[in-house]
Design a protein around this ligand. Structure first.
Ligand SMILES: *[C@@H]1O[C@H](CO)[C@@H](O)[C@H](O)[C@H]1NC(C)=O
Ligand SMILES: *[C@@H]1O[C@H](CO)[C@@H](O)[C@H](O)[C@H]1NC(C)=O
Ligand SMILES: *[C@@H]1O[C@H](CO)[C@@H](O)[C@H](O)[C@H]1NC(C)=O
Length: 378
């Protein structure tokens, strides 16, 4: 009898429990706030899943190391004057420090940056390290007393001509400083190209940000990247800003070429002046326009541009042919990217006086010339 009652009681409790649970669940799902919160959580979960999905694709683009080399430790040291490293933009900074690495390798010396110079340390850790942590690791930061140092002049007074450092190979001096300016020739470091691409590869975070800038529907298009550089007025005649007409006409010239082999083309415009970009690509300059999508990059951050170039640019066009940051974007573009640049004779940049085109532009890069009627040819 007692057992029979207990049995009923247990059943009653189980059924009551189930009904209570159902009521609670119904209440929760009817409660709009809770429901929104649940949706939010679900969105976050979806985003995380998406990231997991996106990440391997874009991150794998970034890793292309060919031969992981064990760095040799050389016992003689090399420094350069780092003339523009402290004051100039990221493009000039990169030329100086990457050339230091290239020349050090050529001369079998240890690349050294003067650790007692507070400006060098500031730039290295505030400007370079956040963008390129691996690059900073390539230098030995040392304190070398002045009276031990041997000084030699190379690349003196000219920004962009190659002055072969091999002539200093026989120097026996332990501590060498090269006094020279800018070192803007790829010949100083091209022998390290694959390592340079590794040292300057975008971080995973930047790769994902870049992937977020390019719309989903354009990601698999053939992508032509047009780089523009304007700077601030009064414009610099030494290294001239992009010309609107050239920018538009040359971009369309490239679209016409690549349309023949690719059905979908997108143009990604990278650069420092959004107003200029919008003017050039919304107002018609040429009467007949080919069909292509223009994507502008609203976030003006060099690290985003570098990641976009590395991951997405199949073709890269330099409209301001002596922009040093543009040069680096092109050098670091997708591995098989084809690079075009405006002929510096046409743009009449005054820097031509101290720039030797064969030293400044890698020989695979292609020159675009402008005819008198404004049309473009190779
Ligand atoms: C440089 O290397 C040589 C041979 O490896 C060694 O004899 C010499 O002491 C080293 N010099 C310095 C300053 O470390
Ligand atoms: C290193 O930097 C310090 C501080 O600017 C300077 O006094 C010293 O001469 C520099 N040494 C060399 C070898 O350039
Ligand atoms: C524009 O395109 C049309 C047809 O596609 C063609 O007949 C015409 O010659 C073109 N005009 C120019 C200026 O290229």
């Amino acid at each position: 009898m007692n057992l029979y009652k207990l049995h009923h009681l247990i059943w009653f409790c189980v059924v009551f429990g189930i009904i209570c649970n159902i009521l609670v669940v119904l209440k929760i799902s009817r409660d709009a706030r809770n429901f929104k919160c649940f949706q939010k959580i679900q969105k976050v979960v979806e985003k995380l899943l998406l990231l997991q999905f996106v990440e391997p694709i874009y991150v794998s683009e970034v890793i292309e190391k060919e031969s992981p080399e064990i760095p040799e430790i050389y016992n003689k040291s090399l420094q350069t004057m780092l003339f523009s490293f402290v004051t100039d933009g990221i493009g000039n900074k990169l030329f100086e420090v990457i050339s230091l690495l290239g020349i050090a390798k050529t001369l079998k010396r240890r690349p050294v940056i003067n650790a007692t110079n507070p400006d060098y340390m500031q730039v290295l850790y505030a400007d370079i390290q956040p963008l390129f942590p691996k690059l900073v690791e390539q230098f030995s930061l040392e304190l070398i007393p002045d009276h031990f140092i041997t000084r030699e002049r190379i690349s003196w007074g000219k920004c962009c001509m190659f002055d072969d450092p091999k002539k200093l190979q026989s120097l026996k001096d332990q501590y060498l400083i090269l006094e020279g300016h800018y070192f803007q020739s790829y010949k100083f470091f091209h022998h390290l190209r694959s390592q340079i691409r590794d040292w300057l590869a975008p971080s995973k975070r930047m790769a994902l940000k870049a992937a977020a800038v390019i719309p989903e529907k354009s990601k698999n298009d053939f992508i032509i990247c047009t780089h523009i550089h304007r700077g601030e007025p009064p414009y610099n005649n030494h290294r001239k800003p992009s010309d609107p007409r050239f920018t538009r006409v040359a971009t369309e010239y490239l679209v016409d070429i690549y349309e023949k082999s690719h059905s979908r083309i997108s143009v990604v415009v990278l650069g420092d002046d959004l107003n200029f970009v919008n003017e050039v690509f919304t107002q018609s300059i040429k009467s007949n326009t080919s069909s292509y999508t223009v994507i502008t990059v609203p976030i003006l951050k060099p690290e985003i541009d570098l990641a976009i170039s590395r991951i997405f640019c199949d073709v890269f066009l330099l409209t301001a042919p002596t922009s040093t940051f543009g040069w680096w974007l092109a050098y670091l573009a997708k591995k098989e990217a084809v690079i075009y640049y405006r002929d510096i004779e046409d743009s009449k940049d005054e820097v031509l006086r101290e720039l030797e085109p064969v030293d400044y532009y890698p020989k695979e890069w292609r020159t675009l010339k402008t005819d008198k009627d404004g049309s473009i040819r190779l």
